[in-house]
Design a protein around this ligand. Structure first.
Ligand code: HEM
Ligand SMILES: *[C@@H]1O[C@H](CO)[C@@H](O)[C@H](O)[C@H]1NC(C)=O
Ligand SMILES: *[C@@H]1O[C@H](CO)[C@@H](O)[C@H](O)[C@H]1NC(C)=O
Ligand SMILES: *[C@@H]1O[C@H](CO)[C@@H](O)[C@H](O)[C@H]1NC(C)=O
Ligand SMILES: *[C@@H]1O[C@H](CO)[C@@H](O)[C@H](O)[C@H]1NC(C)=O
Ligand SMILES: *[C@@H]1O[C@H](CO)[C@@H](O)[C@H](O)[C@H]1NC(C)=O
Length: 317
């Protein structure tokens, strides 16, 4: 029994990438000293014309990290990529990553990974939207496979708070981290089909979800009837600003997604929600901490993986 366990441990050691102490702030200081500035300038240009890029990058980075690690595999555009699977939902922002990659290849060929570009660009876009500025360790390598089926392991918007906490707990993130990360819904939109049932026929009752403010029910009903494939802000107060208003909104029953609303009342998360709602700086600090943790999930470092030359394809060698 002991021997069997030991070999499982050894096996695990070789199969799974080592995820700690390998990333470091300033990884490109010597090999590509302008890397972070180049990323920041291009993100900043994009943000000026399209401030929704913050939401796009946050969601892309989250999906990448939780499907086979933060390895840039969501960027691959082969037909079997995780990018093209149902629950990819509205992931977008690929063009900006490709544009940044092209500029970095021109300046320091084959040095800066697509996985790092995504982490850095996301960080910069958050700051531009009013969120925290923070250092992010780099040194990620790009993965050598894509895991389309893994997309189905992401939990959905009707998940329970317990499932939500264990989803993040499995990656060593605690309640403070998990709630802060869901606070990313302070920017961005959700499609009506993901919460339509809350407006008209919640849980088969033929009535709206009683946990949703009735003015919001009326507001969302109008918005969702107004166009085809409608979507609308997840933070009903300041959907383009990275702030704690999302937490204030869910505390007054103005959450759009069911899981978002549940955080405000579930006894495991309600006090953290109240703290973030009361203290924007606390939320932003904890968000930065949690993003550094999320950005280190199952990363490839050292000699593992590769540095892609195009983010949309594996290198052919
Ligand atoms: C694990 C729990 C989570 C669930 C169930 C969830 C669910 C969702 C859903 C259903 C949408 C709407 C998508 C659509 O309409 O196509 C959405 C959007 C979004 N999510 Fe999450 N999410 C979770 C965690 C996160 C995390 C950890 C982040 C980032 C740190 C994040 C960032 C975003 C952003 C920024 C949007 C808006 C995207 C846009 O406007 O393009 N989410 N999320
Ligand atoms: C992937 O994207 C590149 C660059 O946009 C494009 O040239 C290529 O045709 C795409 N491949 C597939 C399979 O969509
Ligand atoms: C998401 O997957 C669907 C197929 O299920 C695909 O049609 C769509 O283009 C994908 N979205 C993106 C942004 O690639
Ligand atoms: C990039 O990486 C190569 C080897 O992978 C190295 O020789 C080179 O000095 C690095 N730096 C730049 C700026 O290209
Ligand atoms: C949905 O309805 C079932 C019984 O019809 C009930 O057991 C369950 O708790 C309800 N769920 C919610 C979220 O209200
Ligand atoms: C819905 O509420 C938002 C503010 O949260 C407001 O800007 C918008 O005009 C409202 N739309 C409708 C149709 O009531």
């Amino acid at each position: 029994m002991k021997i069997a366990n030991f070999s499982i441990l050894l096996l695990a050691f070789f199969i799974f990438p080592i995820t700690f102490a390998q990333l470091r702030v300033g990884f490109y200081d010597n090999s590509c000293p302008n890397a972070e500035t180049i990323v920041q300038n291009l993100v900043s240009d994009e943000f000026e014309s399209d401030p929704t890029i913050t939401a796009a990058l946050l969601r892309m980075h989250f999906h990448d990290c939780f499907v086979g690690g933060c390895d840039g595999s969501i960027l691959l555009n082969s037909t079997d990529s995780e990018r093209f699977v149902g629950p990819n939902l509205s992931v977008r922002g690929f063009e900006l990553i490709d544009e940044i990659k092209a500029e970095l290849e021109a300046q320091c060929p084959s040095n800066v990974s697509c996985a790092d570009i995504m982490a850095l660009a996301t960080r910069d876009s958050v700051a531009l939207a009013g969120g925290p500025s923070y250092n992010i360790p780099t040194g990620r390598r790009d993965g050598l496979r894509t895991n389309a089926n893994g997309v189905f392991n992401l939990i959905g918007p009707t998940a329970s708070v317990a499932a939500f906490l264990s989803f993040f707990g499995d990656k060593d993130m605690n309640t403070l981290d998990a709630v802060a990360l869901l606070g990313a819904h302070t920017v961005g939109v959700g499609s009506c089909d993901l919460f339509q049932d809350r407006l008209v026929n919640f849980n088969g009752t033929g009535l709206p979800d009683p946990s949703m403010d009735s003015d919001l029910v009326a507001n969302l009903t109008t918005i969702c009837e107004a166009s085809e494939n409608p979507s609308t802000g997840l933070d009903r107060s300041t959907p383009l600003t990275f702030d704690n208003a999302f937490f204030g909104q869910i505390r007054v029953r103005r959450g759009v997604l069911q899981l978002d609303q549940r955080l405000a009342t579930d006894e495991a998360t309600s006090s953290v929600v109240a703290q973030y709602a009361a203290d924007n700086d606390l939320f932003k600090r904890q968000f930065a901490i949690a993003m550094v943790k999320m950005g280190a999930v199952d990363v490839f470092t050292g000699e593992d993986g590769e540095i892609r030359t195009n983010c949309w394809a594996f290198n052919n060698n």
